[in-house]
Design a protein around this ligand. Structure first.
Ligand code: AMP
Ligand code: GLY
Length: 456
């Protein structure tokens, strides 16, 4: 047993330690000490997380890796890539980090949280086993089936002949999904049988999504409106953020190719208090019970992508990290300091029963590089307004900062402009006003973010 920390002289390096106890890691921390936080990732979600941490009275210092142009203007960023698990662990040790917040799914699926836990550093996010829920759609769908979680009817295949036979009895319109990670792009909504057959062949015989497409899910097309529920989970315990809606298609009117997300807003009135209770009882609680039955100790974000169908709520997928760009609207709506909540989850401790949420609405509009999600230019200079109105913010995603402070485009989704206001319409007006003050060659944005809610 470790001695209690009380009465010991704490150096930052020894502020945390860990002890393996029947598979669980126990973290012991001086409860009043501030600590340093490392945010892992380089998108808009991670910039929003950095900004949240900078506001927390618990944060002594905030650093990020690899970061982006916006983060580099606010905190020290390091050049360790998100797939370099050893490098991130070393960075966290070198900087005596007390909490690592992992943004994207790839390092989670590669076992970053396991590796940090092994050296006694609390890390927010699931371990590699929990992350499989997102990194394999087959694992996720089988989990749904095993635990009676409502979802679309499906089959999973590695063999072309078997997949084509399934299509004979389940004809288009049908959805073909690469099982592995594909940055939100591995889903083909086949309207015709020819499209469905081509998608199956492209993934299983061709190399449409590389190894991610060598196993596929074929599932029934669901109709309805989508909504996202983000829950912060700590073992048996969970607490929800407000319901939000993302716009995944590149084009206005929700047309065109799937992207990582072109904009989001919260809350959505489609998820009433009654429906929220139903989602918690029929989706989230069975999921946590399912983890327990399967021997998975899950901590971190559970982000349920839902379809609200006339027959009830169906889960399209689980992600095991915060949504991007949903995070950019969710975090500013939380009135509480989320840092201690994420730390509690990282340590497998109890969570608060509920979070205090600001009234009103929030919206984020993604400013993308022309051509995204297909090929697009990088390196264009970005001009930003010197100030933004109160309750609006510009969050960086694919940007780079030169030593002289110049910011250039460095990704498909370049910036996110957010606004909060008493109504969604006022939030949208505020954010779109700021969007018009941002300039770079090829700037592309959707002008209809929140259209379903605004037209209700
Ligand atoms: P996923 O990566 O599984 O969330 O799929 C990406 C997007 O494709 C979803 O947000 C939906 O817009 C759409 N989608 C996925 N599965 C289905 C389905 N079974 N029926 C209708 N739309 C779907
Ligand atoms: N905005 C969709 C996602 O983060 O998966």
């Amino acid at each position: 047993m470790l001695e209690p920390w009380k009465n010991q002289l704490l150096s930052p390096k020894t502020a945390f330690t860990s002890e393996k106890d029947s598979g669980n890691v126990l973290y012991i921390m001086a409860d009043t000490s501030k600590f340093s936080i490392l945010v892992v990732g380089s998108g808009g979600r991670e910039h929003a997380l950095v900004q949240m941490c900078l506001k927390s009275p618990l944060a002594d210092r905030v650093i990020a890796t690899p970061g982006n142009g916006g983060m580099a203007s606010e905190v020290d960023c390091y050049k360790v890539g998100v797939e370099d698990i050893e490098g991130i662990v070393q960075l966290a040790q070198d900087h005596h980090i007390g909490l690592v917040i992992v943004g994207p799914e790839v390092p989670l699926s590669l076992g970053l949280v396991d590796a940090l836990q092994a050296v006694g550093i609390p890390a927010y996010g699931p371990n590699a086993q929990g992350a499989q829920l997102e990194s394999s759609k087959v694992v996720c769908k089988d989990f749904f089936a095993r635990h009676n979680i409502p979802t679309a009817e499906y089959g999973s295949f590695t063999d072309v002949a078997a997949a084509l036979e399934y299509l004979d009895t389940h004809p288009a319109p049908i959805v073909i999904k690469a099982s592995g990670l594909a940055a939100g792009k591995g889903v083909i909504m086949a309207e015709t049988q020819a499209e469905a057959i081509a998608a199956v062949k492209d993934m299983l015989e061709g190399n449409a999504f590389g190894a991610s497409g060598h196993e596929i899910v074929i599932e029934e097309t669901l109709y309805g409106e989508e909504a996202s529920i983000h829950a912060i989970v700590s073992g048996d315990d969970f607490v929800c953020l407000p319901p939000s809606q993302d716009h995944k298609r590149a084009g206005e009117g929700d047309t065109g190719l799937n992207t990582g997300g072109m904009g989001a807003y919260t809350p959505t009135s489609r998820v009433t208090a009654e429906m929220q209770a139903q989602i918690e009882a029929q989706v989230l609680r069975p999921t946590l019970d399912g983890f327990k039955a399967d021997g998975i100790h899950f901590c971190g974000t559970l982000y349920a992508g839902l379809m609200l169908t006339p027959k009830g709520v169906r889960v399209l997928e689980y992600n095991v990290r915060f949504g991007d760009p949903e995070t950019q609207v969710l975090l500013p709506m939380v009135a509480d300091d989320l840092v201690p909540v994420l730390l509690a989850s990282a340590k497998g401790e109890a969570l608060p029963a509920k979070l205090n949420i600001h009234p009103g609405a929030a919206i984020v509009i993604v400013l993308a590089a022309g051509g995204y999600p297909d090929s697009y230019a990088k390196g264009d200079t970005i001009t930003l307004p010197t100030t933004t109105p109160e309750r609006s913010a510009i969050v960086h995603a694919g940007t780079k900062r030169a030593e002289d402070g110049t910011i250039t485009t460095n990704g498909g989704r370049v910036l996110g402009v957010s606004g909060q206001a008493p109504s969604l319409q006022a939030a949208a007006d505020l954010a779109y006003g700021v969007c018009d003050q941002v300039h770079f060659d090829g700037k592309y944005l959707r002008r209809d973010i929140g259209h379903q809610e605004l037209n209700r």
